[in-house]
Design a protein around this ligand. Structure first.
Ligand SMILES: O=C(O)CCC(=O)C(=O)O
Ligand SMILES: [Fe+2]
Length: 401
């Protein structure tokens, strides 16, 4: 498919258009000349100023707001490749790549070039640049990219003339455009930004307006009932989707990777001004007669005097009444049999699992319906060795901050 460029003609005041590839027999194409005539000299940044100096850069350009193109690096597959090669997952968090069109540049013979430089980052999240060379006959003018003594040369004049070619590099790579000795070398440049990858948007998605979701109104009415959220009431919704929330990598990807209705609920709670967390709820019944839970400091209605930092749920043991064993954090847990657990009864088991609290959670759905993950695995030795397993359910819990 041809790549078209449309721009505001300087003289004519009307939209003009040219299409690539420009064939080798048509280098004097009228539309290409019109494009060239509509460009301005390309400056470069020097000491915070835009400078024009043909000894350093000899090129012409159109700014991004002065032209449009049907070329899309996303659908051309470049962005996926860049994401995988230049932005590998960190701590199992896949990151997304956003390419923002920056300039159209033309380096023409004789002597179009750009001396060695590094690009000026446009924001903190910019990690590199993408250069796309449109098919237009030219000679020389290779792009040379250097990093720590390594050098890559992209000579698009000879490698695949007639095709769109490209290179992407990190922002700290020095690069230059060697002299063009014949024809016109036409490039589109893009700034590359790291974004949160698809699937890591809960809590970070500015495009989704939770107030437009049907559940918002219902939950708003509930939360705004006079006094309803006072006295430390917590609202809980068992997650609808399955998350390996007690296993390795997923532990680090919640809440960002909540799916579907779970993400909607999370965003709605936040939009209602509630502190919102994802926690594992241990799938275990507490026996009413378990000694430990008869202790005074676990009695109901105990007004907690710990600080109000509710993100640190650990500090706030309030009541055993609700009988929910809530993990303070998502974590994976595997252990060998530990005699103390056995002797400690339920408390032993729960303590081995990790810090925990008991809260009076008002469940909006039935927690039973949310999917279980293995929260604890341990080897228990009785008269035969067996694997002990306890499960937990991921739940979204919201409370007044
Ligand atoms: O056109 C090219 O190959 C690279 C241009 C460049 O380095 C720039 O615009 O900063
Ligand atoms: Fe550059």
């Amino acid at each position: 498919m041809p790549v078209t460029i449309r721009w505001d003609g300087v003289q004519t005041g009307t939209v003009q258009k040219t299409a690539f590839p420009i064939s080798p027999t048509d280098t004097a194409a009228a539309s290409l000349n019109a494009l060239i005539n509509s460009c301005q000299p390309a400056t470069f940044g020097l000491g915070g100023q835009d400078v024009y100096d043909e000894n350093y850069r000899k090129a012409i350009k159109l700014d991004e707001e002065s032209f449009s193109t049907n070329f899309d690096p996303h659908s051309a597959g470049m962005i996926d490749v860049i994401g995988q090669v230049l932005l590998p997952a960190v701590n199992d968090r896949a990151r997304g790549v956003q390419a923002e069109l920056y300039k159209l540049n033309i380096y023409s013979a004789p002597s179009g070039m750009f001396h060695a430089h590094v690009d000026t980052p446009r924001s903190e999240s910019q990690f590199g640049s993408l250069v796309v060379c449109l098919p237009c006959p030219h000679q020389d003018g290779a792009l040379v990219v250097r990093h720590k003594g390594d050098e890559m040369k992209f000579d698009w004049a000879v490698s695949s003339p007639g095709q769109v070619q490209w290179a992407a590099f990190y922002g700290d790579c020095e690069h230059e455009v060697l002299e063009v000795t014949s024809g016109h070398r036409v490039t589109l440049t893009y700034n590359l930004y790291a974004t949160r990858g698809n699937g890591l948007l809960a809590g970070e998605c500015n495009i989704l307006d939770p107030k437009q979701l049907p559940l918002y109104t219902a939950l708003k009415q509930l939360v705004e009932l006079p006094g309803y959220m006072e006295n430390g009431r917590q609202l809980g919704i068992g997650c609808e989707h399955f998350y390996a929330h007690a296993q390795g990598p997923m532990v680090h990807q919640l809440p960002e990777s909540l799916k579907g209705s779970d993400m909607a609920v999370y965003e709605i709670f936040r939009a209602l001004g509630l502190a919102t967390v994802v926690r594992p709820i241990l799938d275990m019944q507490i026996d009413d007669d378990d000694e430990y839970y008869q202790r005074d400091d676990y009695s109901d209605n105990k007004d907690d005097d710990s600080d109000d930092d509710d993100n640190d749920v650990a500090d706030e043991r309030e009541t055993v009444q609700g009988k929910d064993i809530v993990g303070t954090n998502l974590h994976s847990f595997k252990a060998d049999y530990n005699e103390e657990w056995d002797q400690g009864g339920q408390k032993g088991t729960v303590d081995a699992w990790g810090e925990h609290i008991f809260r009076k959670i008002t469940w909006i759905n039935r927690l039973m319906e949310s999917k279980k993950d293995t929260a604890m695995a341990y080897l228990a030795y009785g008269n035969q060795a067996e694997m002990g397993l306890n499960y937990s359910r991921a739940a979204i819990i919201a409370f007044k901050p």
